[in-house]
Design a protein around this ligand. Structure first.
Ligand code: TXA
Ligand code: MG
Length: 322
């Protein structure tokens, strides 16, 4: 449990230019004062993240958004009304004072109002914007439990607020509203259908001129164990082939094995997209720690409620062009 005193202490640590890890409804974030360049440099160092990658500014409410952006388009008003507080990040033209360290030197800034009560309490107590990337080492799986943060970042974080496991389990949906048309930069906790319903129009896919997003790099959110995403019908055959070559294989599938497969660890995943997302990163961490040579994950649909899970699985599987 996080107490009132913990929140006050966390706000004081942020004011002193230090780092606080805190739960949001998506994943744990590693927070720093969004107006303090030294604190943000410390944050990048703790994550091992390249300095030119932009970070999300978290706010207590949409009311503070005009302080951080140079204009608020009507699309932002609609999406904020529909989904904030919640797992949605909006990319908008930056206000002049926003640090290059926050925007990655781009003309846009990403804004999110999280709904987790601990995140909300921290933002209220701090009283200003908090930049918070996911509290993991760069390129690795995002943390959904406080102990994931502890194991991965340990002493580099001044305080970890333990709010238990996060709810959504995958990162926020990122929508770019800085251009002529809304663009879906990263699928996440809010589905495309929900966005379309709120906006009255479908979103575009990212194009060459879209703002950069590190979560949209091909290889991201990855366990250390090689992971392959396999078509449902090919699972047994691939698992058997790998085992025949001497690999110790774990399979993650939404169904049982069709035949008895010796020497293969077969894990049943949820057939429900929301539940699957909720435990996805914890499951991949557990499989990663299981001493397997290879993880085979049954492919999931690339649309609707499954899109964010599909996206994260395929990024976890990416090991460069072969
Ligand atoms: O759910 C979340 O969004 C979590 C929690 C902690 O809020 N945060 C998160 O942050 O996932 P991070 O830094 O791991 O991912 C943020 C993504 C990155 O891909 C980054 O490149 C992108 O947002 N981003 C940030 N500012 C941007 C901008 N101005 N334009 C385009 N993309 C931006
Ligand atoms: Mg991240």
């Amino acid at each position: 449990m996080v107490s009132h005193d913990d929140i006050q202490q966390a706000a004081a640590i942020l004011r002193a230019g230090r780092l606080v890890a805190f739960p949001t409804e998506t994943v744990y974030g590693l927070g720093a004062d969004a107006r303090n360049p030294e604190a943000i440099r410390r944050l990048f160092a703790a994550k091992g993240r390249p300095i030119d990658h932009p970070v999300i500014v978290h706010l207590a409410s949409a009311d503070a958004m005009p302080q951080w952006v140079s204009c608020v388009p009507s699309t932002a008003v609609m999406l904020a009304a529909a989904f904030w507080p919640g797992p949605l990040t909006l990319v908008l033209p930056r206000a002049a004072h926003v640090l290059d360290l926050v925007t990655g030197g781009q003309e846009t800034v990403a804004i999110r109002v999280p709904r987790h009560p601990v995140a909300q309490a921290l933002l209220e107590a701090f009283g200003d914007g908090i930049v918070a990337p996911s509290a993991n080492r760069f390129g690795r799986l995002s943390p959904t439990h406080a102990n994931h943060v502890r194991t991965e970042l340990g002493d580099t974080v001044d305080l970890i607020l333990d709010g238990g496991p996060t709810d959504v389990g995958v990162e926020s949906t990122i929508v770019d509203l800085s251009g002529d048309r809304p663009v879906l930069l990263r699928p996440g906790g809010i589905t495309p259908a929900q966005l379309t319903a709120a906006l009255g129009e479908a979103l575009d896919a990212p194009h060459a001129a879209s703002p950069r997003a590190s979560g949209t790099l091909p290889s991201h959110y990855a366990p250390r164990t090689p992971l392959d995403v396999i078509a449902p019908d090919d699972l047994e055959e691939r698992a058997t082939q790998c085992t025949a070559r001497g690999s110790h294989v774990a399979v993650l599938a939404r169904r049982k094995a069709l035949s008895t497969l010796s020497g293969i660890a077969w894990y049943i995943a949820s057939a429900d997209a929301t539940t699957y997302a909720h435990v996805l990163y914890a499951t991949l961490r557990a499989l990663d720690a299981g001493g397997y040579d290879r993880i085979l994950v049954e492919d999931v649909p690339d649309d609707g409620a499954w899109l964010a899970v599909w996206d994260r699985l395929h990024r976890a599987a990416y090991r460069g062009e072969k």
